[in-house]
Ligand binder design. Structure first.
Ligand SMILES: Cc1cc2nc3c(=O)[nH]c(=O)nc-3n(C[C@H](O)[C@H](O)[C@H](O)COP(=O)(O)O)c2cc1C
Length: 217
């Protein structure tokens, strides 16, 4: 009897450790498209930090992916997505498969850069739901883009993704990272680390619960 119990425990432990070893999938949304944007440096830096933590990362760059000004969100093409451009359907599938989101946002007029909200508006909230998100904001000034982060919170909340309490704000961003996203001070990895500790926790917990209990329909 006791042996059977130990055997069951061993199987459970092995299952738990193989789950822990499996990679979490993250989508990193880059929020700006401006010529000489600094956002790309921040996104590159965050991608490295995520990969170091064993995330499989996909960067959504509105410039590279050529998101048009919103004409038709993917879910407006109907349940079969009939006629939706293939690139948009592929992007939706990637978001659906993701466990966590990282939003890299500059601050434009104390708010969210339009390229970022335009990109997010292409997708239904249901594919972001029951998954966590982490906000990384920046500015050349001393406030680190925090006002944009505050404006992002209700937007992310409406999309159904839980924005973790920590926000990684990067003041004087041009002094913090070189063009390749290599940090120029010690605060960068520390700041990202605090944010990603929270993201990891929620992403793992929510993934496990999605897998065992599903989500409300
Ligand atoms: C339209 C526009 C509005 C801006 N508004 C703000 C602002 O409200 N607060 C701020 O700190 N910086 C503001 N800036 C400066 C940006 O923070 C800075 O240009 C930053 O590098 C933008 O990110 P990006 O380089 O990725 O585009 C603004 C820049 C633009 C182009």
């Amino acid at each position: 009897m006791y042996r059977a119990y130990l055997k069951e425990l061993d199987t459970k432990n092995r299952m738990a450790s193989s789950k822990a070893a499996s990679k979490l999938k993250a989508i990193l949304f880059l929020g700006t498209v401006r010529e000489n944007r600094v956002g790309l440096r921040v996104a590159r830096f965050m991608q490295k930090q995520l990969e170091k933590r064993n995330y499989e990362v996909e960067m959504f760059d509105p410039l590279e992916m050529k998101f048009p000004l919103l004409q038709k969100p993917v879910h407006f093409y109907g349940p079969e997505r009939t006629g939706a451009p293939q690139w948009l359907q592929d992007a939706e599938k990637k978001i659906k498969a993701a466990d966590a989101f990282v939003i890299v946002s500059g601050e434009y007029n104390h708010s969210v850069p339009p390229a970022l909200s335009n990109m997010l508006d292409h997708f239904p909230g249901s594919i972001f739901s029951y998954k966590p998100s982490a906000i990384v904001c920046y500015s050349p000034g001393i406030y680190g883009g925090m006002r944009a982060a505050m404006a992002l919170r209700p937007l992310l909340s409406e999309m159904g993704t839980l924005s973790v309490s920590n926000i990684f704000g990067i003041p004087e961003v041009h002094k913090a990272l070189d063009e390749e996203g290599v940090p120029k001070n010690d605060h960068m990895e520390k700041g990202a680390g605090k944010l990603l500790d929270q993201l990891d926790w929620y992403a793992t917990a929510m993934k496990n619960h999605r897998n065992t209990a599903g989500v409300p329909q």
